[in-house]
Every structure is written in C-alpha cells, then in structure tokens.
Write a protein that binds this ligand. Structure first.
Ligand code: FUC
Length: 794
C-alpha cells in the first residue's frame, strides 16, 4: 500500500514551531481517509460524523465555521394512527375492477377509500447549527480537512500568521455527545466566538455559565394538509441542545447568546442534544433532563479520555473488516480529484475507500438503541427534505441494511429489527382495518410514528409486501449468527404474523385458479395498481419458506407449516416473456424500452435467492434480458442494486461497470430528482438529491463480488462462493472479516484475478461447501477453528 503522512506540513510545523500541540496520527492509509484542500461550501461537500443518534456535517470553514447537526428523533408530527377505518370494505371491489381491466376506476376508488389518513406521513427534521467564528482567519494557508474512517474523527488544519490551528470533531456513542477540540500551536492564540441556531420557527438560544443552550419546538409538517385535504397532525416534539465550553488557558466572555473564548491555547466543546420522544406512542421525555444527564456523565473526563473511549468503541466494529485493493499514486490526491478521474483511472483504492465509507456510515447512523438509518441516514439540513427523509421500504430502507450482516456489523441492524417489531404492532391494526385479516402488513413507507397504511397515491402506495421484505432481515440475522434465542423471541413472531396475513390475503388467479396471487398491489412505482406483480410473489414465497424453516427449527406450529407449504406451491411462478425477459407482471406486457429505475421483479435474484445462474439458468438469462432493457443508468440506489444483480449473475465486469456509473461525480445540490445517480464530493450517494441507500448498496455490491453465501446444497448446507464475480479491474487484493451464512468468518487473498488463499473461521462448526469457480474445494470445519486453504491445495 502507498502510505502517506497525515499532513506532512502540519507535522513539520508542529516540530519547528511548538511542542505543545499534539502530534498527528502517524501513518494514514489512503484507503481510509477522505481529504480536501478547501473548505466545504455546500452541504454535500461537508463531512459527516455520527454516533447513531447524533449526526453532524463539518464544513471546515476557517473564519466562520458551521457544524450542522441532527438528532434522529426530531421529526414533525406526534403519535398517530394512520389507518383508514372501514377501508377493507372496498377491497373486493378493487380486485374486481382490476380483474376487469379498469385500473383508473380502481385508482379512484382506492384514493377515496383505501389510503392512510392523512395521505402522507411526517418528515425528519434538522436540529440546529453550531456556529464558530475565528476573527482574522479568512486568509488561512496550508489548508487541509479530512475524515479519518479508521478513527471516525474529522480534522481541519490550517495556518494563520505563523500559527497552526487544528480542530478535531467526532460523535461518540459511549459519551452520547459530539465532541470538539480546537487548538493553536502557540499560547493565547486561540480566540473564537461560539453560538447556536436552528431553522425551526420556535427556538431560543441562551447562555448559562459556560454553556450555550438551544431550545425549541419542531415546526409543523411543511404542508398543512395531505392530498386528500386532511390536515397533518401538528408537531409535538420539543428539543434542547447544550454546548459546554471548556478552555485551557485564557478566559471566556459570555454574551446573551454566545460565548467568546479569548487568549486560550486549547478548548474542548461538548454538544449534547435530545427531544421528548421515547417511543412511537410515547413523547413524555424531558429534553432538558436528558441533556443535563448526558453532560453530567462527561464530568471530569479529559478530551483525550473521551477520544480514546470513542476510538475504542468505534474500532471494535469498524476494524472487523479490512480490505486492501491495489492502489497507486492516484490514491494520494484529494478525494474530489480522485472522484473526478475515477471513470478513467479506476483507482481500486477509491473503491476500497467507498467500501469502508459504507461501513463507516452504517456505524455512524445505526447503533443499538437508536432509530434505523432513514433515507439520509441521520444527516439532514432541510425542513422539507426530499421524500421527507423518512423510510421508504419498497427498496431504500432494506438497501441500507444489506451490508450489515455480510460486512460484520450485525449489531448495527438491531435498530431495524426494533422498527420491524414496532411495525408488526401498528401493521396488525392496518391488516384488520384495510384487509379484515389477522397478522400484520406494512406498505411502501413508514416514519418515526410507524405509519403502516398505504400513503401518497393508490398508483404506488398500495404495495402490501413492505413488512414481508423487512422480515427477511431478521431471518438473515439468524442465518448469519445461528442465534436460536433471537429466532424464537424476535424473528419468528414477526415472520409468523407476516405469513399469517399473506396466507389469507392471496387470491386465486381467475385465468388459472390453481395459482394464488397478490393484489391489489403494484410493482413498485411502475405501472400503477395491478393484481399479481412478480415481486410480491417472490417476496411472499421467500417469507413462507423462511417461516416454515424457522418453525421447523423451533419445533412449533406444524399445522401452520403445512398450510404455508401448500400455499407456497400455488403462488404464481416467475414467467419468461416474449422478449426472453423476466415478466414484471402476470401478463406479458413489459416494454423493452422502459428504463424505469426500479427493477423490482429481479428481487428473486437479489436480495432474494430463488434465481441463480447455476440453479435456474433460464430465469437467470431472463434477468439479464430485463437488465439489458432497463439499462446501466438510473438513480444512485438503482445503480447500486444493479451492482448486486450483476454480481449475483456472476458477471464481475458488468457489476464493476455499474459501480463506475454509481461513482460518477455529481456536483449540483439541486433537487432535480433525475435518474442520474453519482457521488457528491463527500462521497455521499446522489439519487440525486442525496440519498444514503446508494452508499450502502455499493458496499453490499462490492461484497457480493467477493463472497456470496445465499445458496445451499440438498442437505441445507451453505455454499461459500469465493470471488464469484471478481471484476478485471480489481485483479489484486485481500479482504478479511467478511461474514457468511452458517456462522463463518472469511478472509480472501487474490492476485492477477486468481484466488491465492481463503481463511475460514467457523464460529458454529456448521458444515460448509467452500466453492471456487463452481467447484467445491473444501467442506470440513470445526467450531472455533480457522482453516487456511492455499491455491496450491486445490
Ligand atoms: C422511491 C424511489 C425514488 C426515491 C424514493 C425515496 O419512491 O422510487 O426514486 O428513492 O423512494
């Protein structure tokens, strides 16, 4: 690897000018650092930090610095049940209209009688900004700002009048705070003013001792009424943030709403923030109390204690996977320049940076006890963010969690499981009110209040398989961990109740009553309300399979298992249409010219597992035809999904082409919603606008190129497919710490496109089938032991 000094210049300055400023970290791996030689001027150039609950964007301005921050529970609205009472009375009529080909009438009827109340859900909100002013720093020299993924610390370095300044900021999970350290290389040279503000209408800022305090109330949803004319419930969340200033040398001057630090050498700033949100049905917490408690826990801890505690906590997760892809001199340039030339130079080191960035973002936006990562993770600066920055579950939320198990960040998925369990509660009421059925159901979106009813418009909102898809993640958690207690207490109840809903919901296909179909539904956001979209059938089939297997492992519910087995065999199968494509619907009506961003009917290829080139070659060929029709473009997340599709089709070069298409530079922050995905300068994925799913989908897709474990032999043992879709451009590399189903930890080493060695640690001692180029090369494992297979051995 090319190693570089973390700001050579800084090091020189420190050595020659002063010994008082701490030494920078020694060797920095270019695969783990984003850096720039100019401050950010747009939000998508700023660098994100987060501890799962608190997030911030660091601009790195020298004279007037902004640190825009979020707390994940600050949303518009209040506890609310979105279900539409009596909706179920229209269900049969909707089906009849659709079978009769009267789609527009079905849309109208559903919009009148079947949608959530109001039609829309609530929005995630920004919290505030920390404002730092450094008089006289407008002409800084030797500037550098960076985000170090190895330590989860963002640093700004520059020089003014022969004095070096350094600012570090990180978001600590153990401390539940955002922590800054500001320092100058010479005594008395640190002078700054600090304040806070908020974009909400009702807020105030005050000063108490050495704390700046921001309090306020969340704005109402940006629109007063939904499409149906129903008012949005008003906002009832309050918020408070406290910024405590500790200085070393010099003094402080308090103003009404700012604090000035004068003549110091160093200062530490502790930012805590909270709302009154407890649970989707409970908003009785006291934000002031929460902030005071959080600050009290930091009492007496030094900056270096807090930093080491943070780095230890973060690295416990982050360091589990190491990736080393070959790099070259290109890797040393500022990240924005590397991004600009990536389409030409294909710098593998930028691929590994993006890979680890996905893991960094997941750790930073989703930790045990927090909310799951929403459409923007936890980072949002807008009162009216795109799609409300909520949870879209017809692809986006699930994509956020694709990397969790496979890249050894299983704990980061816990917030998702909690959300699924919440939805299993609210969705039970929706199953009753909208379908008059037992079990639970969720449609294509949810929010902090766990709305489960269909929203927006019947032509895309009525899609009942959101919960069934989400349930897959709890099953995966069992498959990767082998944790039977989790299976019994958490996964199975969710799977069983979701299956209970679908066992009664499916209806016979009039043209072939042997087939059971889903509907009214849609193939996400393409083609309007229909009966029998292919995606639903793939999801429900897999839901039933997972439920059946879980029940058998737990030795429960044998009669139910029989019902599900019988129903599963009757669900309408995948069909190949006139162009050789996989049909999106029951009818062969696909348009080969349709480049729609959603490719929902390939769900069975990924993230599902019923289509595979070696098992169902005809269906795999049909998927290729479909992908050729849809093209290699699309929104950021669409490109990311296609990386995963091509990796599952065992075509590494095509997967890499999609990765390149996902990594084209996207410069404008304009909210143009076009199908022109890419990456912003801070490597956030551009839908556009910013949407985090593409980051997570890219990390998942790169993993799928290197390791897949979703197939099993007749005995139910997992295949561990090593380098199943290795792109020519990533001919050399190594990765360690990946996870495979069945409880395996996998390290792989390759060169010139060929496997050199595989290291497998079997956590559970399950049998496995280590496969390379389609041939099984090893089977045995013993619990707790590692095996190394060298290329010479096979
Ligand atoms: C779905 C997608 C859009 C966007 C939104 C958040 O509606 O079709 O492209 O990602 O979710």
């Amino acid at each position: 690897m090319v190693k570089m000094k973390n700001n050579l210049l800084w090091l020189l300055l420190v050595l020659t000018i002063s010994c008082t400023v701490s030494k920078p970290e020694e060797e920095i791996d270019p695969a783990l650092i984003l850096w720039y030689d100019k401050p950010a001027t747009e939000w998508t150039q700023a660098l994100p930090i987060g501890n799962g609950r608190l997030g911030a964007m660091v601009y790195g301005q020298t004279e007037k610095e902004i640190i825009q921050f979020n707390e994940e529970t600050l949303w518009t609205g209040q506890p609310h049940d979105y279900a539409n009472k009596g909706a179920y009375r229209s269900l049969n009529n909707l089906r009849k209209l659709l079978w009769a080909g009267k789609q527009e009438q079905a849309h109208d009827l559903a919009n009148k009688r079947f949608m959530s109340q109001p039609f829309g859900q609530q929005a995630y909100q920004p919290f505030g900004d920390v404002l730092l002013e450094f008089p006289g720093h407008e002409n800084a020299e030797n500037y550098r700002r960076e985000l170090d993924l190895e330590r989860a610390v963002s640093t700004v370095l520059y020089e003014v009048d022969g004095v070096s300044y350094k600012r570090e900021v990180f978001a600590s999970y153990p401390a539940q705070a955002i922590i800054f350290q500001l320092q100058a290389s010479k005594k008395k040279k640190l002078n700054f003013k600090v304040g806070m503000n908020s974009p909400h209408e009702n807020y105030s800022v005050s000063v108490e001792g050495n704390e700046v305090i921001l309090t306020g109330k969340a704005n109402n949803y940006p629109k007063e009424v939904g499409r149906d004319g129903e008012p949005y419930p008003e906002s009832k969340l309050n918020f408070e943030a406290r910024l405590k200033i500790l200085h070393d040398g010099g003094g402080i001057v308090q103003d009404k709403n700012t604090i000035e630090v004068v003549g110091a050498r160093k200062a530490t700033l502790l930012l805590v923030a909270a709302t009154n949100f407890v649970h989707f049905n409970d908003i009785t917490a006291n934000p002031t109390q929460r902030c005071n408690d959080d600050l009290a826990k930091l009492e007496g801890k030094s900056y270096s204690d807090l930093k080491s505690e943070h780095v230890r906590d973060y690295q416990e997760l982050f360091n589990r996977v190491e990736i080393d892809l070959d790099d070259h001199e290109e890797s040393l340039r500022p990240t924005n320049e590397r991004l600009d030339s990536f389409y030409q130079d294909e710098d593998p080191c930028l691929v590994s940076l993006l890979y680890q960035y996905g893991r960094y973002l997941l750790i930073s936006s989703s930790r045990p006890g927090t909310q799951p990562a929403n459409l923007q993770g936890i980072w949002n600066d807008k009162l009216a963010p795109p799609w409300d920055s909520k949870y879209t579950i017809n692809i986006n939320t699930e994509m956020n969690y694709w990397p969790a198990e496979i890249t050894n960040l299983s704990e980061c998925a816990l917030p998702l499981f909690q959300m699924v369990e919440d939805l299993a509660q609210t969705g039970q009421y929706v199953a009753k009110t909208h379908y008059n059925l037992e079990g639970w159901v969720t449609h294509h979106n949810t929010d902090l209040w766990r709305g489960a009813a269909p929203i927006n418009n019947s032509n895309h909102g009525i899609w009942p398989t959101g919960g069934a898809w989400l349930s897959q993640h709890l099953w995966w958690h069992y498959q990767f961990s082998g944790d039977e207690t989790f299976l019994k207490n958490r996964a199975y109840p969710v799977l069983k109740e979701a299956s209970r809903f679908f066992a009664s919901y499916l209806v016979p296909y009039p043209e072939n009553p042997e087939w059971l179909v889903s509907g009214p539904s849609n193939s996400p956001e393409n083609g309007g309300l229909v009966m029998g979209p292919t995606m639903d059938h793939q999801i429900i089939r897999e839901l039933f399979s997972n439920t059946i297997e879980a029940a058998q492992i737990l030795g429960v519910d044998s009669a139910f298992v029989q019902t599900l087995t019988e129903k599963r065999s009757r669900i309408a199968p995948n069909q190949i249409g006139q162009y050789g494509q996989l049909q999106e619907w029951l009818e062969d009506s696909d348009d080969p010219g349709n480049e729609h961003r959603h490719v929902s009917h390939l769900w069975g290829l990924h993230p599902g597992s019923e289509i595979h080139p070696l098992v169902t070659p005809e269906l795999a060929e049909a998927c290729k035809v479909t992908l050729a029709h849809r093209g290699d473009g699309g929104t950021g997340w669409s490109r990311a999904w296609k990386i995963n599709f091509w990796a599952r089709l065992l075509n590494g070069d095509h997967a890499f082409l999609l990765l390149k298409n996902l990594m084209v530079p996207s410069r404008s922050e304009a909210t143009n919603y076009e199908d022109k995905g890419g990456l912003y300068m801070n490597l956030f994925d551009a839908h556009p606008p910013f949407q985090i799913d593409g980051n997570f989908g890219a990390t998942s897709g790169i993993t799928e190129m290197l390791l897949q474990s979703h197939l099993r032999n007749q005995d139910g043992e997992f295949y561990l497919d090593i380098l199943p879709a290795l792109p020519t451009a990533l001919a050399k590399g190594k990765i360690s710490g990946l996870k495979a189903r069945g409880g395996f930890e996998v390290g792989i080493d390759w060169n010139e496109g060929q496997l050199l060695s595989v290291k497998i640690k079997s956590v559970l001692g399950n049998k496995m089938n280590l496969r390379y180029k389609g041939e099984v090369i090893a089977r045995e494992t013993t619990a707790g032991q590692s095996f190394i297979f060298k290329a010479l051995d096979f």
